[in-house]
Design a protein around this ligand. Structure first.
Ligand SMILES: Cc1ncc(COP(=O)(O)O)c(C=O)c1O
Length: 490
């Protein structure tokens, strides 16, 4: 390491042992010194010749560094007079970019972010997320995914890439993919739609976000299931909507209660096939009540059909969208649960007159989803792998659900009352009154168990706390071990 103190600039340390080029070290040093105010605007810097001599390096790296600093406007040269730090650099220093906040930036009010609803959605840390241990929510059995078939289809489609598939695509999605989705939804979910109404999205979270922005003006009311999906709370909050909690009972969302609370809400968000998180199915009466309310008031219904492929006792429940005769329902589905979440592919079925608004909103967000993966999934569905995978997973999840119910019964039966477990990839266990679920979840996270507290699904304070336990991505051995560890936390 050679240190040189020039008469004009603070000491420059060059590390010759580094593989990092000398010119880059010099460039970085000058850039940091100027940005942090060590070198002031208008201050003279040594000539390249004298700096090279002082540092005992060849002139080439110094020339290269200065050339770059000139090009980016940090330095200016007056022929015959020398080189200066550009006088246009602002006098107030911008400070080193360490990410840490210090100096004037700390002053209250100087680091404002948009209050466009985001501030209200900033969450406290959730240690039960991102653990790889038992009961992690929203995770399918990734170890049972047919990776070999998938990789083959990815390779085949990548090889077939054309100028067309590599260019910008349609905001509504890749046409052949929208066709297979429409066909699948018609056959399996009784959704009534034309491929033109199908919009491919980057997961249902994006579908919720776009719906909130397209359908609601800031301040307008939306009914939310209470308890409900926290991701939906977030999506509607960032659109500055007013969230109205409407209780859920064993028939699903209580429509009369919603009308009583806020008759003229602009929209209702619901998970009728498998209520998130309680797992109930919305009754036919409530479905018709909801559709009638929407027709009468001109409101929208956002149907989130996130995991209805997995029903154990009976056939999948038909969608609410299929019952709608007034084009009031925006239907949203995802491949995150049936395939894998990192795919970031989902879909919406949009009433025909709203297609331009939804398509424009997607265009404004991120334009469209990866054409390659849409094409791969088109083949995966068309060639029968999708249906086969769902059939296999339905059996696996039923086994895992039974194993978890049994393990809870054996280990913590007296403490955790299972609410419903007829479908899906998670179940809810209610805790005795007065027990704080967030504390239990935090304790569980410390020993690697991912038990989501039920209370985070509520907008108001719940009467009883509980734990939401995912079993989709938790195998038999982990389930038993996890239930045993959970007992210690209770
Ligand atoms: C009810 C519900 N809706 C939507 C989503 C979002 O899914 P994704 O954005 O991965 O498609 C989830 C994720 O777990 C969910 O549980």
């Amino acid at each position: 390491m050679k240190r040189v103190s020039s008469s004009l600039v603070p000491p420059i340390a060059l590390d010759r042992s580094k593989r990092y080029p000398l010119y880059r070290q010099l460039y970085d040093w000058f850039q940091r010194a100027i940005a942090s105010g060590q070198l002031r605007p208008g201050q003279r810097v040594p000539s390249t010749r004298s700096l090279a001599a002082e540092l005992n390096v060849s002139r080439i790296p110094v020339l290269n560094a200065f050339e770059q600093l000139h090009a980016e406007g940090y330095l200016q040269t007056f022929v015959g007079a020398g080189t200066w730090v550009a006088s246009s650099i602002p006098q107030e220093t911008i400070g080193p970019s360490t990410g840490k906040i210090s100096g004037p930036a700390q002053k209250k009010g100087t680091r404002r972010i948009s209050q466009g609803g985001l501030a209200a959605t900033l969450r406290a840390p959730q240690p039960w997320l991102n653990l790889s241990g038992a009961f992690r929510m929203h995770l399918p059995a990734l170890d049972h995914f047919p990776t070999d078939v998938w990789s083959r289809l990815v390779a085949r489609n990548a090889r077939k890439s054309t100028m067309d598939t590599m260019a910008y695509g349609d905001s509504m999605g890749y046409a052949p993919f929208r066709e297979v989705i429409a066909e699948y939804l018609g056959a399996v979910r009784a959704v009534r739609c034309d491929p033109a109404q199908v919009m491919v999205v980057a997961g249902s979270q994006q579908g919720l976000q776009i719906s909130a922005r397209v359908l609601l003006n800031p301040g307008e009311a939306v009914w939310m299931e209470e308890p409900g999906y926290p991701g939906a709370h977030q999506a509607f909050r960032t659109a500055k909507a007013r969230l109205i909690p409407v209780p859920v009972d064993n028939e699903g969302l209580n429509v009369e209660n919603g009308i009583h609370r806020c008759r003229n809400a602009r929209a209702a968000y619901i998970t009728p096939s498998h209520q998130y998180p309680l797992g109930t199915t919305m009754s036919a009466t409530r479905r018709l009540q909801l559709l009638n309310w929407a027709s009468r008031t001109g409101s929208w219904i956002i149907e989130d059909d996130y995991d209805s492929e997995y029903r154990f006792g009976s056939r999948p429940i038909a969608s609410l969208q299929g019952l709608d005769s007034d084009a009031r329902v925006i239907y949203i589905g995802t491949f995150s649960k049936v395939l894998f979440p990192a795919l970031r592919l989902g879909y919406m079925v949009v009433p025909t007159d709203l297609i331009p608004a939804f398509s424009t909103a997607r265009d404004a967000a991120d334009i469209f989803s990866s054409t390659l993966y849409q094409a791969v999934l088109t083949d995966f569905i068309k060639e029968g792998h999708f249906a086969r995978h769902i059939r296999r997973m339905r059996i696996l999840y039923a086994d895992r659900r039974n194993a978890l119910a049994e393990a809870i019964h054996e280990e913590i039966g007296g403490m955790l009352e299972i609410v419903s477990a007829e479908a899906g990839m998670h179940l809810v266990g209610l805790l005795p009154r007065g027990m704080k679920d967030t504390e239990i979840s935090q304790n569980a996270a410390r020993i690697g168990i991912s038990a989501m507290p039920l209370s985070i699904c509520y907008l108001n304070r719940p009467l009883r706390g509980g734990l939401v336990l995912g079993y989709g991505g938790t195998d038999g051995a982990q389930i038993h071990d996890g239930a045993h560890k959970l007992k210690m936390c209770l």
